[in-house]
Design a protein around this ligand. Structure first.
Ligand SMILES: [Zn+2]
Length: 301
């Protein structure tokens, strides 16, 4: 083996990646050849759903032998000893998602909680001699494989939850954006009096929508992000619901890989000088609720 530690690490990384089930795009950019970070794209519902499927595909049915906490900041005050006691010897039975939160159901009364913050995600490796850069917690399975929680900026969270429903209530989360019914959502939207974009991003209204998908839903629904849902017709609000469902399902089908999203989506036009893919008007860039917002002032009245 080469004596240079950098070359040795690269060699280990390449070997680990070759022999492992590759993680979703969300983090592939971070542990890939260039060790890149994906900017400030905060994981939203489709990204977390892809993580849930990845968790089930790689770790479901596996028994946990040990857990290595590399940085307890990610536990947000939850005791490291409590985490180890709760999950060592346990088996992961299923992944459950609500909005942007992911829960791994254990074969006990507990759930392992994941929130991915701005840049977090999971990486499953079939080797014990390599950990991805920025691994904060490593779950080691009896079969010799491991699941790492990876995050550069440490804005996410891991921990143990005893009651998911209670956790959701305590967080004040609304219904999940892919589970909420049309009537429930349209009633909530009709009662709101903030800017439409702010309402969609408010996790108390509906859980899972963030900056990127709120812009997309409003663009495809032809609604100005500063308008109020309460002034719109029931039919228009129902359009928001069905558009939201279609966008989220399409994004999940495309593995939340924005490069594969349809050309007609505004997500491809979030840059200076961009033109509306529908009417070719200049895309407007502004701030709503402190978040950078893109919309077409011609199509979105
Ligand atoms: Zn337009």
């Amino acid at each position: 083996m080469c004596s240079c530690p950098i070359i040795r690490n690269v060699s280990r990384r390449n070997k680990a990646l070759k022999t492992s089930i590759l993680p979703p795009l969300l983090f592939w950019n971070k542990i890939g050849a260039n060790e890149e970070v994906r900017g400030s794209w905060m994981p939203e519902l489709p990204d977390v759903e892809i993580q849930r499927r990845y968790l089930e595909r790689t770790s479901k049915g596996q028994r946990i032998e040990d857990v290595l906490v590399r940085d307890d900041y990610i536990l947000r005050g939850f005791p490291e000893g409590g985490l180890k006691t709760a999950i060592k010897g346990r088996c992961i039975l299923a992944g459950i998602r609500h909005g942007k939160y992911l829960f791994a159901k254990l074969d006990s009364d507990d759930y392992l909680l994941f929130h991915f913050g701005m840049d977090g995600g999971l990486a499953y490796l079939k080797t014990a001699d390599y950990e991805p850069t920025y691994s904060r917690v490593v779950i080691c399975f009896e079969n010799g494989c491991s699941l790492s929680y990876v995050s550069l900026r440490k804005l996410g969270q891991m921990g143990i939850v005893h009651n998911v429903d209670q956790f959701i209530r305590n967080k004040g989360l609304g219904p999940d954006a892919l589970s909420v019914g049309c009537l429930t959502l349209t009633k909530a939207l009709a009662k709101s009096n903030a800017a439409a974009k702010a309402v969609l991003m408010n996790q108390r209204t509906v859980a899972g929508i963030g900056n990127i998908y709120a812009d997309e839903i409003l663009f495809q629904s032809h609604i100005n992000p500063r308008s109020q849902f309460g002034t719109l017709s029931e039919h228009k609000l129902a359009t928001v619901f069905w558009t939201m469902r279609d966008i989220l399902e399409t994004a999940i089908r495309l593995e939340a890989d924005s490069r594969r999203f349809p050309d007609s989506w505004i997500i491809h036009h979030r840059h200076p000088g961009a033109r509306c893919p529908r009417c070719r008007a200049c895309i407007v860039r502004t701030k709503i609720s402190g978040r950078t917002t893109y919309y077409c002032s011609e199509c979105q009245k």
